[in-house]
Design a protein around this ligand. Structure first.
Ligand code: ADP
Length: 362
Protein backbone atom coordinates (compact mmCIF):
# COMPACT_ATOMS: atom_id res chain seq x y z
CA UNK A 1 0.00 0.00 0.00
CA UNK A 2 1.23 3.41 -0.91
CA UNK A 3 1.23 6.14 1.67
CA UNK A 4 -0.49 9.25 0.51
CA UNK A 5 2.73 11.27 0.39
CA UNK A 6 4.36 8.59 -1.70
CA UNK A 7 1.67 8.60 -4.33
CA UNK A 8 2.80 8.40 -7.93
CA UNK A 9 4.18 9.85 -10.07
CA UNK A 10 7.72 10.11 -8.69
CA UNK A 11 9.86 12.73 -10.36
CA UNK A 12 13.14 14.36 -9.50
CA UNK A 13 14.09 17.57 -11.27
CA UNK A 14 17.37 19.42 -11.34
CA UNK A 15 16.79 22.80 -12.93
CA UNK A 16 20.27 24.08 -13.76
CA UNK A 17 21.68 27.18 -15.39
CA UNK A 18 21.71 25.52 -18.83
CA UNK A 19 19.90 22.18 -18.71
CA UNK A 20 16.93 20.86 -16.84
CA UNK A 21 17.35 17.22 -15.86
CA UNK A 22 14.23 15.17 -15.17
CA UNK A 23 14.34 11.67 -13.66
CA UNK A 24 11.14 9.64 -13.70
CA UNK A 25 10.55 6.44 -11.72
CA UNK A 26 8.23 4.03 -13.50
CA UNK A 27 7.01 1.32 -11.10
CA UNK A 28 7.25 -2.24 -12.40
CA UNK A 29 4.25 -3.55 -10.56
CA UNK A 30 1.23 -1.52 -9.71
CA UNK A 31 -0.98 -2.81 -6.92
CA UNK A 32 -4.62 -3.42 -7.74
CA UNK A 33 -5.61 -0.48 -5.57
CA UNK A 34 -3.20 1.75 -7.41
CA UNK A 35 -4.37 0.52 -10.79
CA UNK A 36 -7.94 1.22 -9.80
CA UNK A 37 -7.01 4.59 -8.46
CA UNK A 38 -4.69 5.48 -11.32
CA UNK A 39 -6.48 8.22 -13.06
CA UNK A 40 -6.42 8.36 -16.82
CA UNK A 41 -4.16 11.40 -16.75
CA UNK A 42 -1.47 9.59 -14.82
CA UNK A 43 -1.58 6.65 -17.20
CA UNK A 44 -1.24 9.03 -20.14
CA UNK A 45 1.72 10.79 -18.59
CA UNK A 46 3.45 7.48 -17.86
CA UNK A 47 2.92 6.31 -21.42
CA UNK A 48 3.98 9.60 -22.95
CA UNK A 49 7.22 9.68 -20.96
CA UNK A 50 8.21 6.06 -21.42
CA UNK A 51 7.24 5.53 -25.05
CA UNK A 52 8.89 8.59 -26.56
CA UNK A 53 12.54 9.50 -26.81
CA UNK A 54 11.99 13.05 -28.08
CA UNK A 55 9.68 15.59 -26.48
CA UNK A 56 8.87 18.58 -28.63
CA UNK A 57 11.87 20.03 -30.45
CA UNK A 58 14.29 20.20 -27.55
CA UNK A 59 13.53 17.48 -25.00
CA UNK A 60 15.42 14.17 -25.08
CA UNK A 61 15.26 10.94 -23.19
CA UNK A 62 18.70 9.36 -22.74
CA UNK A 63 17.48 5.81 -23.37
CA UNK A 64 21.03 4.43 -23.11
CA UNK A 65 21.13 5.52 -19.46
CA UNK A 66 17.82 3.93 -18.47
CA UNK A 67 18.09 1.72 -15.36
CA UNK A 68 15.70 -1.22 -15.07
CA UNK A 69 14.79 -3.12 -11.95
CA UNK A 70 16.09 -0.64 -9.40
CA UNK A 71 14.68 -0.40 -5.90
CA UNK A 72 13.59 2.93 -4.48
CA UNK A 73 11.73 3.18 -1.18
CA UNK A 74 10.84 -0.49 -1.36
CA UNK A 75 9.42 -0.26 -4.87
CA UNK A 76 10.92 -1.90 -7.96
CA UNK A 77 10.89 -0.08 -11.23
CA UNK A 78 12.70 1.70 -14.01
CA UNK A 79 14.49 5.04 -13.88
CA UNK A 80 14.14 7.19 -17.00
CA UNK A 81 16.50 10.08 -17.74
CA UNK A 82 15.20 13.12 -19.61
CA UNK A 83 16.75 16.54 -20.32
CA UNK A 84 15.82 19.79 -22.01
CA UNK A 85 17.28 23.30 -22.08
CA UNK A 86 16.25 25.36 -19.05
CA UNK A 87 15.40 28.16 -21.49
CA UNK A 88 12.50 25.96 -22.65
CA UNK A 89 10.88 25.90 -19.20
CA UNK A 90 7.87 27.86 -20.50
CA UNK A 91 7.20 25.24 -23.17
CA UNK A 92 7.76 22.41 -20.70
CA UNK A 93 5.15 23.84 -18.34
CA UNK A 94 2.70 24.30 -21.22
CA UNK A 95 3.27 20.67 -22.27
CA UNK A 96 2.84 19.41 -18.70
CA UNK A 97 -0.41 21.36 -18.53
CA UNK A 98 -1.65 19.99 -21.85
CA UNK A 99 -1.00 16.45 -20.57
CA UNK A 100 -3.27 17.18 -17.64
CA UNK A 101 -0.59 17.52 -14.95
CA UNK A 102 -2.57 20.37 -13.42
CA UNK A 103 -5.38 17.97 -12.51
CA UNK A 104 -3.14 15.80 -10.36
CA UNK A 105 -2.50 17.15 -6.92
CA UNK A 106 1.17 16.35 -6.68
CA UNK A 107 4.46 17.53 -5.41
CA UNK A 108 7.57 17.34 -7.54
CA UNK A 109 11.00 17.12 -5.94
CA UNK A 110 13.24 19.79 -7.38
CA UNK A 111 16.74 21.08 -6.95
CA UNK A 112 19.08 23.53 -8.70
CA UNK A 113 18.62 27.28 -8.92
CA UNK A 114 15.55 26.89 -11.11
CA UNK A 115 13.67 25.24 -8.25
CA UNK A 116 13.62 28.72 -6.72
CA UNK A 117 13.41 30.76 -9.90
CA UNK A 118 10.45 28.85 -11.38
CA UNK A 119 8.61 27.82 -8.21
CA UNK A 120 5.80 30.33 -8.79
CA UNK A 121 5.40 29.26 -12.43
CA UNK A 122 5.01 25.62 -11.41
CA UNK A 123 2.32 26.55 -8.91
CA UNK A 124 0.40 28.97 -11.14
CA UNK A 125 0.65 27.20 -14.47
CA UNK A 126 0.43 23.51 -13.57
CA UNK A 127 -0.72 23.49 -9.97
CA UNK A 128 2.46 21.69 -8.92
CA UNK A 129 4.19 22.32 -5.61
CA UNK A 130 7.93 21.91 -5.54
CA UNK A 131 9.62 20.11 -2.64
CA UNK A 132 12.99 21.86 -2.80
CA UNK A 133 16.27 20.21 -1.92
CA UNK A 134 19.82 21.50 -1.80
CA UNK A 135 21.68 20.81 -5.03
CA UNK A 136 24.97 19.65 -3.52
CA UNK A 137 23.27 17.32 -0.99
CA UNK A 138 21.26 15.92 -3.90
CA UNK A 139 24.32 15.57 -6.13
CA UNK A 140 26.21 13.46 -3.60
CA UNK A 141 23.24 11.39 -2.58
CA UNK A 142 22.29 10.66 -6.20
CA UNK A 143 25.82 9.84 -7.16
CA UNK A 144 26.35 7.41 -4.26
CA UNK A 145 23.02 5.71 -4.96
CA UNK A 146 23.60 5.26 -8.71
CA UNK A 147 27.20 4.15 -8.17
CA UNK A 148 26.03 1.47 -5.69
CA UNK A 149 23.15 0.36 -7.88
CA UNK A 150 24.86 0.18 -11.27
CA UNK A 151 27.83 -2.22 -11.32
CA UNK A 152 29.52 -0.52 -14.27
CA UNK A 153 28.89 3.13 -13.33
CA UNK A 154 32.42 4.20 -12.48
CA UNK A 155 35.31 4.10 -14.95
CA UNK A 156 38.68 5.60 -15.79
CA UNK A 157 40.78 6.01 -18.94
CA UNK A 158 43.95 3.98 -19.43
CA UNK A 159 46.79 5.57 -21.45
CA UNK A 160 44.82 8.81 -21.84
CA UNK A 161 47.53 10.48 -23.95
CA UNK A 162 47.73 7.69 -26.49
CA UNK A 163 44.73 7.60 -28.84
CA UNK A 164 45.56 4.08 -30.03
CA UNK A 165 45.92 2.52 -26.60
CA UNK A 166 43.44 4.66 -24.68
CA UNK A 167 40.57 2.65 -23.22
CA UNK A 168 37.67 3.02 -20.86
CA UNK A 169 38.10 0.66 -17.88
CA UNK A 170 35.68 -0.15 -15.04
CA UNK A 171 36.78 1.11 -11.62
CA UNK A 172 35.85 -0.47 -8.30
CA UNK A 173 34.57 2.45 -6.25
CA UNK A 174 33.17 0.33 -3.41
CA UNK A 175 35.41 2.07 -0.84
CA UNK A 176 34.90 5.64 -1.99
CA UNK A 177 36.10 7.89 0.86
CA UNK A 178 37.69 10.34 0.77
CA UNK A 179 37.25 11.70 -2.74
CA UNK A 180 36.96 15.02 -4.55
CA UNK A 181 33.79 15.56 -6.54
CA UNK A 182 34.18 18.04 -9.39
CA UNK A 183 30.84 19.02 -10.92
CA UNK A 184 31.34 20.68 -14.31
CA UNK A 185 28.02 22.22 -15.28
CA UNK A 186 27.54 25.79 -16.48
CA UNK A 187 30.00 26.67 -13.73
CA UNK A 188 32.17 24.38 -11.59
CA UNK A 189 31.89 23.26 -7.96
CA UNK A 190 34.57 21.25 -6.17
CA UNK A 191 33.59 19.25 -3.10
CA UNK A 192 35.71 17.26 -0.66
CA UNK A 193 33.64 14.23 0.37
CA UNK A 194 34.70 12.36 3.54
CA UNK A 195 31.55 10.28 4.10
CA UNK A 196 27.94 10.00 2.91
CA UNK A 197 26.87 12.96 5.03
CA UNK A 198 30.19 14.66 5.45
CA UNK A 199 31.36 17.02 2.75
CA UNK A 200 32.49 20.61 2.16
CA UNK A 201 32.39 22.77 -0.93
CA UNK A 202 36.04 23.76 -1.08
CA UNK A 203 36.28 25.65 -4.33
CA UNK A 204 34.76 26.44 -7.67
CA UNK A 205 35.25 28.48 -10.81
CA UNK A 206 32.97 30.42 -13.10
CA UNK A 207 35.02 29.19 -16.06
CA UNK A 208 32.98 26.06 -16.75
CA UNK A 209 30.87 24.30 -19.37
CA UNK A 210 28.83 27.46 -19.95
CA UNK A 211 32.01 29.38 -20.66
CA UNK A 212 33.18 26.79 -23.17
CA UNK A 213 29.86 26.86 -24.99
CA UNK A 214 29.51 30.66 -24.85
CA UNK A 215 33.03 31.36 -26.10
CA UNK A 216 32.79 28.67 -28.74
CA UNK A 217 29.55 30.15 -30.12
CA UNK A 218 31.19 33.59 -30.21
CA UNK A 219 34.38 32.40 -31.89
CA UNK A 220 33.00 29.89 -34.40
CA UNK A 221 29.38 30.86 -34.96
CA UNK A 222 28.20 27.43 -33.84
CA UNK A 223 24.88 27.10 -32.03
CA UNK A 224 24.84 23.89 -30.01
CA UNK A 225 27.05 21.96 -27.62
CA UNK A 226 27.07 18.96 -29.97
CA UNK A 227 28.26 21.18 -32.82
CA UNK A 228 30.94 22.75 -30.63
CA UNK A 229 32.28 19.32 -29.64
CA UNK A 230 32.22 18.13 -33.26
CA UNK A 231 34.24 21.16 -34.37
CA UNK A 232 36.71 20.67 -31.53
CA UNK A 233 37.18 17.01 -32.44
CA UNK A 234 38.72 17.86 -35.80
CA UNK A 235 40.62 20.97 -34.66
CA UNK A 236 44.22 21.54 -33.57
CA UNK A 237 44.69 23.76 -30.51
CA UNK A 238 48.44 24.10 -31.03
CA UNK A 239 47.73 26.46 -33.93
CA UNK A 240 45.98 28.79 -31.48
CA UNK A 241 47.93 28.36 -28.25
CA UNK A 242 51.54 29.36 -27.69
CA UNK A 243 53.52 26.33 -26.56
CA UNK A 244 56.72 26.22 -24.54
CA UNK A 245 58.59 25.26 -27.74
CA UNK A 246 57.16 28.30 -29.58
CA UNK A 247 59.00 30.37 -26.99
CA UNK A 248 62.07 28.23 -26.22
CA UNK A 249 62.48 26.35 -29.46
CA UNK A 250 62.28 23.22 -27.30
CA UNK A 251 61.53 22.30 -23.70
CA UNK A 252 62.36 24.40 -20.62
CA UNK A 253 64.30 21.50 -19.23
CA UNK A 254 65.62 23.16 -16.08
CA UNK A 255 62.08 23.13 -14.66
CA UNK A 256 60.93 20.00 -16.45
CA UNK A 257 58.55 21.74 -18.84
CA UNK A 258 58.23 19.83 -22.11
CA UNK A 259 58.15 21.72 -25.42
CA UNK A 260 54.58 20.61 -26.16
CA UNK A 261 53.18 22.12 -22.97
CA UNK A 262 50.85 25.11 -23.43
CA UNK A 263 52.65 28.21 -22.17
CA UNK A 264 49.93 30.65 -23.16
CA UNK A 265 46.39 29.66 -24.08
CA UNK A 266 45.30 31.53 -27.24
CA UNK A 267 48.78 33.08 -27.17
CA UNK A 268 49.24 32.96 -30.96
CA UNK A 269 46.07 34.89 -31.66
CA UNK A 270 47.64 38.34 -31.23
CA UNK A 271 49.21 37.84 -34.66
CA UNK A 272 47.04 38.82 -37.61
CA UNK A 273 48.78 36.29 -39.88
CA UNK A 274 48.10 33.49 -37.42
CA UNK A 275 44.49 34.58 -37.06
CA UNK A 276 44.10 34.35 -40.82
CA UNK A 277 45.26 30.74 -40.89
CA UNK A 278 43.30 29.20 -37.99
CA UNK A 279 40.01 27.43 -38.60
CA UNK A 280 36.78 27.32 -36.60
CA UNK A 281 37.77 23.79 -35.65
CA UNK A 282 41.12 24.97 -34.21
CA UNK A 283 39.39 27.71 -32.21
CA UNK A 284 36.80 25.28 -30.84
CA UNK A 285 39.54 22.84 -29.83
CA UNK A 286 41.59 25.57 -28.15
CA UNK A 287 38.55 26.78 -26.21
CA UNK A 288 37.82 23.24 -25.04
CA UNK A 289 41.44 22.62 -24.04
CA UNK A 290 41.75 25.97 -22.25
CA UNK A 291 38.63 25.50 -20.14
CA UNK A 292 39.42 21.85 -19.40
CA UNK A 293 43.04 22.46 -18.40
CA UNK A 294 42.03 25.32 -16.13
CA UNK A 295 39.55 23.07 -14.32
CA UNK A 296 42.23 20.39 -14.15
CA UNK A 297 44.76 22.68 -12.55
CA UNK A 298 42.33 24.08 -9.96
CA UNK A 299 41.34 20.49 -9.15
CA UNK A 300 44.97 19.48 -8.63
CA UNK A 301 45.55 22.29 -6.19
CA UNK A 302 42.44 21.30 -4.26
CA UNK A 303 43.50 17.64 -4.18
CA UNK A 304 46.93 18.62 -2.90
CA UNK A 305 45.49 20.91 -0.23
CA UNK A 306 43.00 18.31 0.97
CA UNK A 307 45.42 15.39 0.59
CA UNK A 308 42.86 13.47 -1.43
CA UNK A 309 43.95 11.17 -4.26
CA UNK A 310 40.79 10.24 -6.09
CA UNK A 311 38.84 12.74 -8.13
CA UNK A 312 35.40 12.04 -9.59
CA UNK A 313 34.42 14.34 -12.46
CA UNK A 314 30.70 14.75 -13.22
CA UNK A 315 28.37 17.24 -14.93
CA UNK A 316 27.04 17.56 -18.46
CA UNK A 317 30.17 19.31 -19.74
CA UNK A 318 31.57 15.78 -20.00
CA UNK A 319 28.61 14.56 -22.11
CA UNK A 320 29.79 13.22 -25.48
CA UNK A 321 33.14 14.79 -24.62
CA UNK A 322 35.95 12.20 -24.43
CA UNK A 323 38.50 14.89 -25.34
CA UNK A 324 38.00 16.64 -21.99
CA UNK A 325 37.82 13.40 -20.01
CA UNK A 326 41.13 12.20 -21.46
CA UNK A 327 42.73 15.60 -20.93
CA UNK A 328 41.63 15.65 -17.28
CA UNK A 329 42.83 12.07 -16.82
CA UNK A 330 46.27 12.81 -18.25
CA UNK A 331 46.59 16.14 -16.43
CA UNK A 332 45.80 14.47 -13.08
CA UNK A 333 48.26 11.69 -13.82
CA UNK A 334 51.10 13.79 -15.26
CA UNK A 335 51.24 16.59 -12.70
CA UNK A 336 50.82 14.30 -9.69
CA UNK A 337 53.40 11.79 -11.00
CA UNK A 338 50.74 9.11 -10.93
CA UNK A 339 49.30 9.60 -7.45
CA UNK A 340 46.05 11.28 -8.51
CA UNK A 341 43.35 9.27 -10.24
CA UNK A 342 40.62 10.78 -12.42
CA UNK A 343 37.32 8.87 -12.33
CA UNK A 344 34.15 9.31 -14.37
CA UNK A 345 30.53 8.17 -14.07
CA UNK A 346 28.11 7.05 -16.80
CA UNK A 347 25.13 9.10 -15.56
CA UNK A 348 27.38 12.18 -15.48
CA UNK A 349 24.78 14.98 -15.41
CA UNK A 350 21.82 13.34 -13.67
CA UNK A 351 22.90 12.87 -10.06
CA UNK A 352 21.25 16.00 -8.69
CA UNK A 353 17.88 14.95 -10.14
CA UNK A 354 18.25 11.39 -8.82
CA UNK A 355 19.35 12.62 -5.39
CA UNK A 356 16.36 14.84 -4.94
CA UNK A 357 13.98 12.07 -6.02
CA UNK A 358 15.56 9.88 -3.32
CA UNK A 359 15.24 12.51 -0.60
CA UNK A 360 11.50 12.93 -1.00
CA UNK A 361 9.72 11.17 1.82
CA UNK A 362 6.23 12.44 1.23
P1 ADP B 1 23.71 23.13 -15.16
O1 ADP B 1 23.03 22.42 -14.02
O2 ADP B 1 24.47 24.34 -14.75
O3 ADP B 1 22.79 23.37 -16.31
P2 ADP B 1 24.93 20.72 -16.41
O4 ADP B 1 25.64 19.72 -15.56
O5 ADP B 1 23.61 20.33 -16.94
O6 ADP B 1 24.87 22.11 -15.61
O7 ADP B 1 25.92 21.11 -17.58
C1 ADP B 1 25.69 22.16 -18.49
C2 ADP B 1 26.83 22.17 -19.48
O8 ADP B 1 26.84 20.93 -20.18
C3 ADP B 1 26.71 23.22 -20.56
O9 ADP B 1 27.29 24.43 -20.13
C4 ADP B 1 27.47 22.60 -21.72
O10 ADP B 1 28.86 22.83 -21.58
C5 ADP B 1 27.26 21.10 -21.52
N1 ADP B 1 26.22 20.48 -22.36
C6 ADP B 1 26.16 19.15 -22.65
N2 ADP B 1 25.12 18.86 -23.43
C7 ADP B 1 24.46 20.02 -23.67
C8 ADP B 1 23.30 20.37 -24.43
N3 ADP B 1 22.60 19.46 -25.13
N4 ADP B 1 22.91 21.67 -24.44
C9 ADP B 1 23.60 22.60 -23.76
N5 ADP B 1 24.72 22.33 -23.04
C10 ADP B 1 25.16 21.06 -22.99
Amino acid sequence: PCESGNSMPWFGMDIGGTLCKLVYFEPKYITKDEADAEVETLKNIRQYLTKNSAYGKTGHRDAHLQMDDVCIRGRRGTLHFIRFPTSEMGNFLALAKSKGMANLVTTVCATGGGAYKFEENFKKEVNLSLAKFDELDSLIRGMLYIEMTNPCECYYWTNPTDDEKCQKMPYDFSKPYPFLLVNIGSGVSILAVQGPNDYRRISGTSLGGGTFLGLCCLLTGCNTFEEAIELATSGDSTRVDKLVKDIYGGGYSRFGLPGDLVASSFGQMNSKDRRNTVTKEDLARATLVTITNNIGSITRMCALNEKIERVVFVGNFLRVNPISMKLLASAMDYWSKGTLKALFLEHEGYFGAVGCLLQFTG
